[in-house]
Structure formats: C-alpha cells, structure tokens
Write a new protein. Structure first.
Length: 139
C-alpha cells in the first residue's frame, strides 16, 4: 500500500510539472496594442525587405518601401539582440500569427519562435513611434 501511495505521489508531481511547463507564458501588457494599431490576421505577400529589432520579443518587419509590420514573438529571445539574421517562413509564403515561425540565427545557433501577433503600421514614422513606445515600456 505504501508503494502505491508513493507511486501515485510521483505521478502527481510529474503531472503538475508537465502542466506548468506546457502553460504558455503571459504576454506582457505592453504588447496589447489592439486599440492603437491594426491587427493583421495574415500577410499574404511576403517580400521581407528588411527588419529592425525593437526589443527582445518584437521587431519591425518591412515588406516594401512603404509597408511595415510590428511582429510580436511568443516569447523573449536573447538572440534577437545579437543576431545575424531573421527569417520568417519561406519567401512569398503566408505569414500568420500562431502558425508562422521566425528563425533567428546568430553565430551558428538557430532559435525558432512562433509569431504571437502582427500589427500593420501606417508608415516609417509610426514604426519609429511604436519602437520608442515599446522601448520606453521596457525601461
């Protein structure tokens, strides 16, 4: 009987540990920009011209000379600050939050992150404003 109780207790501990690990981390409130920016459900024409880091969980994605998006990753990345390259899916593929992955490469290390949110930005000026807003919120 004692062995069954111990076995049950071990099972409960492993179950609780797996539930805690599987639970997604809460998204910081500073990334809830739904009332401020246009939420995008997908980007269908992926030309990926350029990108610029905002912080360790977001970056500005430039799709054309006048088309900018704020990409929020599912979690923070230490490599985003010191990266060599960022890749989103395949060229000309559809980019969707919750489905598409960002690959961050730095010094031979590749990290993959799911895109949590995508916001469309009006222009380069709004990209600068949002970058400043999110950077200030980090401090």
């Amino acid at each position: 009987m004692k062995a069954i109780k111990q076995l049950a207790m071990i099972f409960v501990i492993f179950f609780m540990a797996s539930v805690c690990t599987a639970a997604p981390a809460a998204m910081p409130e500073k990334y809830n920009l739904d009332n401020q920016l246009e939420v995008v459900s997908e980007i269908t024409d992926n030309n990926f011209r350029d990108w610029e880091k905002v912080d360790n969980q977001s970056f500005i994605f430039q799709n054309s000379p006048s088309e900018f998006y704020l990409i929020i990753l599912s979690g923070p990345s230490d490599e985003l600050s010191f990266n060599d390259s960022v890749k989103i899916g395949e060229k000309n593929s559809i980019i969707k939050p919750g489905k598409s992955r960002v690959i961050i490469s730095s010094s031979g290390i590749k990290e993959r992150y799911v895109i949590s949110k995508i916001y469309k930005l009006k222009d380069a000026d709004q990209a600068d404003e949002i970058r400043e807003q999110l950077t200030r919120a980090t401090k």
